[in-house]
Design a protein around this ligand. Sequence first.
Ligand code: ADP
Ligand code: MG
Length: 699
Amino acid sequence: MSSFLQTPIVYLKGVGTNRAELLQKELGIFTLSDLLFHFPYRHIDRSKIYSINQIEPEMPYIQLKGKIMHFRTVGQKRAQRLVAELYDGTGRIELVWFQGAKWVQEAVKEGKEYVVFGKPNLFNGSYNIAHPTVDEPDEEGGKKYLRMMPFYTVTERMRNRALDSKVLMKLTNALLADERFNVPENLPDWLVQSYKITSRKEALMQIHFPENNAKLQQATYRLKFEELFFIQLRLLAYKQKQKAIYNGIQFSQVGHYFNTFYNSYLPFELTNAQKRVVKEIRADVKSGKQMNRLLQGDVGSGKTVVALMSMLMAIDNGYQASLMAPTEILAQQHFETIKQLLQQMDVEVKLLTGSTPTKERKVILEGIANGSIHLLIGTHALIEETVVFQNLGLAIVDEQHRFGVAQRAKMWGKNKFPPHQLVMTATPIPRTLAMTLYGDLDTSVIDELPANRKPIQTVHRTESNRLRVYGFMREQIAKGRQVYVVYPLIAESEKMDYANLQHGFEEIANMFPMPQYQVSMVHGKMKPADKEAEMQRFVKGQSQIMVATTVIEVGVNVPNASVMVIESAERFGLSQLHQLRGRVGRGAEQSYCILMTKQKLSGDAALRVRTLCNTNNGFEISEVDLKLRGPGAMDGTAQSGVLDLRIADLANDQLILQQARQAAQQLLEKDPTLALHEHKPVAEFFAEYTRLSKWGRIA
Ligand code: ADP
Ligand code: MG
């Protein structure tokens, strides 16, 4: 970056100490470069001149050309204002100034032609423009103003101190007009050519003051591309480095354990998607390079068995494997499932969580260290210092939250020989998000549900249908099915939520009385042992109804449960609703999800409910979720600084992201260490970027 752009903002003409302080405090603008990168949030097209008879009430801004006549002052004292009229041959419109009358009358000559720009207001049946921008048309008939006018974010405090969007526009204009202003290109020449990218300098000028809409689009594209390109370059360089540094453990054979399980104990035929993913994993682990793979699959698509078969590959080659889950309940569930599947085989499986008793813990730690335990399942307890494997060959993480590169690296950094890594996401995440958060990983997708599944039927109901909903629950229970009733639990109103939960439980207990019905309840404030006991009652079929908060969200597997009633569904996020719904539809029976909401829904809530009623496809749902909430608000993404994007938008810029990733890949293929002379600018920029970016702090 040139030193000129590093100049403190106070030295820019028109700034001074007061404004500099305001810019720093309110917008974090310290240098000229910061100002340059404070992009407008929109432009108003001033390329068009309308005639007065074309004005319509919904026009936000309008540009007119005509003669200004009849200046006069009207009103008394404080209400006094300067009024004039603009004529353009099609009509007349009033121009009004509440302040600066003296200056206006000096600058504007009556009877002369001007270009007038402003917001039309309807007042007493006719239009006026208050405080219009008045410019002289230049010789070529107004060409000077044929451009897009930028609008900048400013804060209330700035506006109160007369530092508004227009002032920012002038300051930026002054910056760009300075003869020292220059921005070197930071992308390689061949890349700029082949992707038809506007130069960096041009883009930074056009993003503020585009000559026309096409130039604005090109500038926007360039800056989005650049932003995404360096993120991808970083991810891919990281991936490349991982591969270069670590000679992965080689699982050269598929042997006894895998084959025995596959041939004798696998309780169902794998779906084609599961088979494909097992093959992809197989290819990785025998390659001699460390596997770093992301496994995406919808709720219920059968990721667990894929995880298990991968772990058996490790055991077949004399290595241990681990599976880490985000919660105790889920870890427990994985443990039960896997122990069950392996019960006829001589595989030693253990569970380690925060609540494992000290004595047992000691025994487990020994077993892990001497290699007598083959598979270790657990929570975050697995990555504590005290857990030392004899030879861990494969580490699987079943993620609820998205950790991002740096945290993942830390997890297994203590191992001398890094194991193969498989990351599984609880629900699908949008492609753009996956490419950004997990861009250093190879991806496998299970895009097919087991064949015996009947798609869950989802309906929307309100309070007035409540008795019928209970009737439906009774019918299902009479058929031998079980029912979940879930209440939201959202931190800021926790007390009320618990009251609702308690009230709901009592109502259900009343409507479904003992001894005919048994009702369980589980929530986060219960002691783990009580929670577990209630859970087990439901799992074993001793209770027919489970009233719960979202603690059951992840992973719980009760195939006999066929109805999911979600109370106050409008308060849940889309992916959370989808995940909850995924608790049913796990057996061969037709399953149902009932979304209970209040009568009147906000637009977003209505869209969430509608989306869920219309589709069971988690990939589609995640895309809608991204569009609704933006990447920063998606589950667990907040930890990752990668998503603080300046201009690119992961909800809408999928194509640009793909190109940027492809370009970064091409660059690394040509020049893996960015050592070529022609890549000096990109290498230097990249080094600086890596040093300064937020991501750098955690990496
Ligand atoms: P998720 O991908 O959500 O973790 P699970 O691994 O928990 O899904 O699988 C959901 C259910 O589907 C489990 O009961 C599992 O036994 C079953 N399942 C998995 N794969 C198949 C298959 N190929 N055919 C039939 N059932 C399957
Ligand atoms: Mg799972």
